[in-house]
Write a protein that binds this ligand. Structure first.
Ligand SMILES: Nc1ncnc2c1ncn2[C@@H]1O[C@H](COP(=O)(O)OP(=O)(O)OP(=O)(O)O)[C@@H](O)[C@H]1O
Ligand SMILES: [Mg+2]
Length: 266
């Protein structure tokens, strides 16, 4: 803890569900101002659900979500974004039919104002040179990796208090992953706290100071990044054992009609 400064994000015994399917079970962790947390775990563990709950895209069924010390439980996504939380979701999140530069300009105008657009473009192209090279091309013609960079560049220019990046490296060539992680390190230097959701455990742990490991919707580890690797290995091993035995990957009863809610869209 860093004295009396409130964490930039705090999940306090958060549970969440998709309809009758329970995806998170009393998940608690916090992200200190300027800190970097790796959010790890196997497929289906609940990493993206944590990201969606934090950014208001999926409602909690119990527990509290606080952003910068303010209780934001149940608040709409736009209000959580205004409070300083940016979320780059899984997938691409760019407008296909307009150019790279038009994508950036739209986002920068909205987030920083018209006067900031030229300087913002310059920063984006300095961080991600490939976007500068392709600035006049339609975003839909970029590779998947380049589209991921574009969706990252859109949020980086007005530094948020917290950036939640969900599987940025998925499907990217190693050299592009290097660019993405260099971009993340730069954002962090500018004071933005990070939650990095990753399958690439080493990359995430190298960047993060602490780690949260999820297993079947519950926290299996929450502590220094250095202690997370062995837990991740154990969780993966347990998971492959239950798979080999043909068992369901979830807890015995993950359905609870009494608490059914629908996922909320932004
Ligand atoms: N929209 C949805 N509707 C119903 N169930 C969902 C939905 N999204 C996720 N789930 C389920 O909730 C659980 C957690 O999913 P989540 O996407 O959070 O996992 P994850 O850790 O991000 O996995 P991955 O590594 O595959 O991205 C999984 O069992 C998943 O099948
Ligand atoms: Mg996911």
């Amino acid at each position: 803890m860093s004295g009396d400064v409130a964490p930039v994000l705090e999940l306090d015994e958060v549970s969440a569900a998709y309809g009758p399917y329970r995806a998170l079970f009393e998940v608690s962790f916090s992200v200190e101002s300027g800190g970097a947390v790796a959010l790890l775990g196997p497929n289906g563990a609940g990493k993206s659900t944590v990201a969606r709950v934090a950014s208001g895209l999926v409602p909690v069924t119990s527990g509290r979500v606080r952003v910068d010390g303010r209780d934001m439980t149940g608040e709409p996504a736009w209000r959580i974004a205004r409070a300083g939380l940016a979320h780059v979701p899984e997938g691409r999140g760019v407008f296909d039919s307009i150019s790279v530069e038009e994508n950036l300009v739209l986002s920068f105008r909205r987030r920083a104002g018209r006067r900031m657009v030229p300087a913002s473009l310059e920063r984006a192209y300095a961080s991600f040179p490939v976007l500068g090279e392709r600035r006049h091309d339609r975003a839909g013609t970029l590779s998947g990796g380049q589209q991921r960079l574009l969706s990252l560049a859109k949020v980086l220019v007005v530094p948020p208090k917290l950036l939640i990046a969900d599987e940025l490296s998925l499907g990217l060539a190693p050299s592009v992953i290097d660019d993405v992680y260099a971009g993340l390190a730069e954002v962090r230097r500018s004071g933005t706290a990070l939650v990095v959701v990753e399958q690439q455990v080493d990359r995430a742990l190298a960047l993060a100071s602490s780690a949260v490991v999820l297993e079947r919707g519950s926290v299996a580890y929450c502590g220094p990044a250095s202690g997370a690797r062995s837990v991740v290995e154990r969780v993966l091993e347990r998971r492959s054992r239950t798979h080999d035995a043909g068992k369901d990957a979830g807890p015995a009863d993950r359905t609870t009609p009494a608490k059914a809610v629908s996922p909320r869209r932004a």
